[in-house]
Design a protein around this ligand. Structure first.
Ligand code: ADP
Ligand code: MG
Length: 398
């Protein structure tokens, strides 16, 4: 039995016309001797009736923030509808499809509602269906707790479902079908002439995904990597060969940079020693914020000041904490963190200099930088984000 997991994103299942393309992909897999196991996301994007964000808009913010269990129950509906509708279309096309919830497919999670982690998979049900020549259509993004409560795996979690099943079923491959040709050197909505990456390592794509590229969920990459199952990212609407993600990446390519991505909604926070003289809380700021569950990044600590960024969503809590500690601070809102990723830039001198020069030549103010062995980050004003990405894309000839 050669199993292939085929995951179809929200756009791919949103209309009858698109679902026809899904049927073609399933038929092709069967023709090539594979037993497909499908994973589907909720149909469409915000505004469309059964999209996750549309469903979430049915309930009050306060209720959903304090009733995580109810929020999960509501969010699970989108994928349930999608799996039944997709199964109906497949059935009408002569394919014996069987819709299954995450729990019915054997995905057990912890109790961390809204951001649950898979703790076990019991794939017997799927194996049974596949061995009967049937095609399971599993709801993405969800599982069930030991006590039978429905959980979700965090936004973008349908990719994770595909990887979880791919590994549990020892699939030949995990195919992630979406609305672009594969992993590109930058988001094609941001960089018009972004290029398709043919082959990329798990490690590089994890970095891209973690730093903002929504094309695949980082957790899905991690899970597939641990099980050593190759991932293919493909376009539902075309026959483009897509991007292959495996352990080795592209041996024949010695590009220094792989891609550029970004994250919006960052706030830069600066707290100076001079402004906070005599305030004993100053040296414990990081502890104070950690105790209030505010996560920080781009942290730079100098003798004269402490600088870091937080998510826009944490602004209110941050200000409450700093004000009640009588700390003086400066905020720069509407910032974006642009990340340049490349596995071969380690130890090459002048990369940061090249980035800074390119940005300043284009009058883009760099508020802060940071680097790790594979990534260089620049914090810029969000109004400059798109231009910064395009400038860097050109600078590194991606
Ligand atoms: P799906 O609903 O199929 O999961 P997503 O919206 O989650 O689709 O992911 C696909 C989108 O990811 C594309 O439409 C594209 O705009 C965006 N994207 C961001 N970065 C990249 C990248 N480096 N390569 C390809 N697509 C990217
Ligand atoms: Mg997605």
């Amino acid at each position: 039995m050669k199993i292939v997991v085929q995951k179809f994103g929200g756009t791919s299942v949103s209309t009858e016309e698109n679902r026809q393309q899904v049927i073609n992909k399933v038929k092709n897999a069967i023709k090539e001797g594979y037993s497909p196991v499908l994973v589907v996301s909720a149909m469409g994007r915000k505004g469309q009736p059964y999209a996750t964000d549309t469903l979430l808009s049915l309930i009050d913010d306060k209720f959903k923030n304090t009733n995580k269990l109810a929020k999960d129950l509501l969010m699970c509906c989108g994928e349930i509808i999608s799996s039944v509708v997709m199964s109906d279309d497949l059935y009408n096309a002569g394919i014996d499809a069987v819709p299954l919830t995450g729990g019915q497919a054997g995905i057990l999670t912890d109790n961390n509602f809204n951001e649950a982690t898979c703790i076990d998979v019991k794939p017997k049900k799927i194996f049974d269906l596949v061995s009967q020549g049937r095609v399971p259509v599993v709801t993405g993004f969800q599982g069930v707790t030991e006590n039978g409560y429905l959980t979700t795996l965090g936004r973008g979690g349908s990719d994770t479902t595909a990887s979880i099943l791919g590994v549990a079923l020892k699939a030949e491959a995990i195919e992630i079908y979406t609305d672009v040709d594969g992993i590109m050197t930058a988001d094609p909505r941001v960089v018009e002439n972004a290029n398709l990456i043919d082959v990329i390592s798990y490690y590089e794509v994890f970095q891209l995904a973690e730093k903002g590229a929504t094309v695949i969920h980082p957790k899905a990459v991690e899970v597939a990597m641990e099980g050593n199952i190759p991932i293919l990212i493909k376009n539902t609407m075309s026959d483009c060969k897509g991007t292959l993600i495996n352990n080795f990446g592209d041996k024949s390519n010695d590009r220094m940079m792989t891609g550029i991505t970004s994250q919006k909604n960052r706030i830069q926070v600066s707290i100076t020693a001079a402004e906070n003289q005599g305030n004993s809380k100053y040296k414990n700021v990081l502890d104070l914020l950690a105790a209030n569950k505010i996560s920080l990044d781009l942290i730079n600590i100098f003798p004269s000041e402490q600088i870091f960024t937080v998510n826009q969503a944490d602004k209110e809590t941050l200000e409450n904490v700093l004000n009640s500690a009588n700390l003086k601070y400066i905020l720069i809102e509407n910032c974006s963190k642009v990340a340049v990723i490349g596995s071969k830039m380690k130890g090459i001198p002048g990369v940061m200099a090249k980035i800074i020069k390119a940005l300043s030549d284009n009058n883009i103010e760099v508020l802060q930088t940071a680097d790790s062995h594979m990534t260089i980050w620049c914090l810029v004003h969000s109004k400059d984000e798109k231009e910064a990405i395009n400038v860097l894309h050109k600078t590194f000839k991606l």
